[in-house]
Structures are given as C-alpha cells and as structure tokens.
Design a binder for this molecule. Sequence first.
Ligand SMILES: CC(C)(COP(=O)(O)OP(=O)(O)OC[C@H]1O[C@@H](n2cnc3c(N)ncnc32)[C@H](O)[C@@H]1OP(=O)(O)O)[C@@H](O)C(=O)NCCC(=O)NCCS
Length: 219
Amino acid sequence: MAVQEVATSAQSSHRPQITLRHATPADAPSISQIGIYTFTQTFGHSMSAHDLQAYLSSSYSLEATTKDILDLNKNMLVATLPALSQPQASPSSSPPSHHPPSHHPDESKDTEDVVVGFALLTRGTTEPCLSTYAQDTLIELQRLYVHPHHHGLGAGTLLARELESIARQQGFKYMWLGVWEENLKAQRVYEKLGYRRVGDHNFVMGDEVQTDWLLVKEL
Ligand SMILES: CC(C)(COP(=O)(O)OP(=O)(O)OC[C@H]1O[C@@H](n2cnc3c(N)ncnc32)[C@H](O)[C@@H]1OP(=O)(O)O)[C@@H](O)C(=O)NCCC(=O)NCCS
C-alpha cells in the first residue's frame, strides 16, 4: 500500500532521520502500543489501575485506533525512523534485544520504517472555554505522543508543526489543545511552539478529576 509522505526532517547529522507520513490502518498496532506505553509512563501514576485500564481500552485499543485513522474528521500522522537506525525501538516495555522477533509489530511490511510517535488532528470538537472564538476557526491537536525511547529527537516538534500546516491548509485559524497541569515537559514543548494558555478545564478519568490547561495557537 502506498503511503503519503508529508514531510521529512532536516536533522543535524547526529540526529537520526525522522520522516512523517499519514497513518494507514496497517499502523494501528504500532500506534496502539506506543499510545498504551507512553500514556502509562506519563500519566499512569496519577490514577487508579482500574481507571488507567479503562482509559487505555477505550482510547488505545486496536479497534479505537483504527477508527481514529479512518475517521474523516481526523488526520493521524506517524513519525518514523528507518528500521536499521534504531535497534531498540520497540514500543513495548521489553528491554532492547539483539535478536528481535521475526515479526515485529512496529514494522510496516510496505515501508520498512518503524513508527516512533503519532499525532492526531481533530475537527468538530467543542470546548466551552473557547466560546469567544468562532467555532469554524478552531481545530484540536488531540494527541501528540512520542515513544519515551525517542524523546528529544525532534519528532514531537515535527509532528505538531506538520499538523499545524495541515490545519492551515484546511482553512483553520486556531489550534487548541488540553495539557495536564502537571505535564511540565509537554507544556515546555507547546510553549516553544507558540501556544499560550487561555483557560483550564476538568479532565474526568473514572473517579479522577484532573485539571488540564487549555492552550491556543494562532495558525
Ligand atoms: C511531549 C512530547 C510529544 C515531545 O516529544 P519529543 O519528540 O520528545 O519533543 P522534541 O524532541 O521535539 O523536543 C521538543 C523540546 O522539548 C525538550 N525536550 C524533549 N525531550 C527532551 C530530552 N529528552 N532531553 C532534553 N530536552 C528535551 C527540548 O527543549 C526540545 O526543544 P529543542 O528543539 O530546543 O531541543 C513527548 O515528550 C511525549 O510524547 N510525552 C508523553 C506524552 C505527552 O505528554 N503528550 C502530550 C500530551 S498533551
């Protein structure tokens, strides 16, 4: 299956080459695994095991991920590295191995790249705090996840910038997102990208009510 390449990073020589492309259903297993692992690493400590499991099942199951990829109101991008450039790129929590299994869930048969992160752009979501903006000017950066083994390589920034470019091409004027008040790392990344805090909202996860900062960027 042909994949549409949307951008290639211009990394310095000491950084591996990250490529972005639109996700296909064949990427669902990789995205699901990265989502489960990265969400658990980042937010797992802040909720009960029961709430965590319920959220992972509803948001990062294969079925939910495939649905997101195929949803006409969404655009899912993946960031990839060439398979040979990152022998410890497994999105699972297992340690790096010099003898990888013959079928690695991260490997796309068609591209032989390895997915290390993904980002999801979503049209049509509403947020009461943003009622001063005309609804048809707003679009949501719903997810931005890079596997922890690959943080700091620029994949997150590239994914976010490419989603902004897609949103601009689609005629939107503002990108918005919610980021957990304790997620300082992501807040720094968004600040560098030019997002500013315009309010807060509650993020309900089972019995937990967490506070998310609402950030907006003019595109
Ligand atoms: C937020 C996230 C997507 C950023 O992805 P990333 O690929 O690590 O980000 P980048 O490599 O583009 O780094 C962006 C900036 O973050 C900082 N940074 C990120 N990881 C770093 C690391 N390991 N060491 C040093 N700086 C780091 C740097 O300041 C960098 O800026 P620079 O371009 O000046 O170097 C990633 O940390 C992540 O997936 N976190 C867990 C899930 C999450 O919180 N998602 C956001 C939910 S709202």
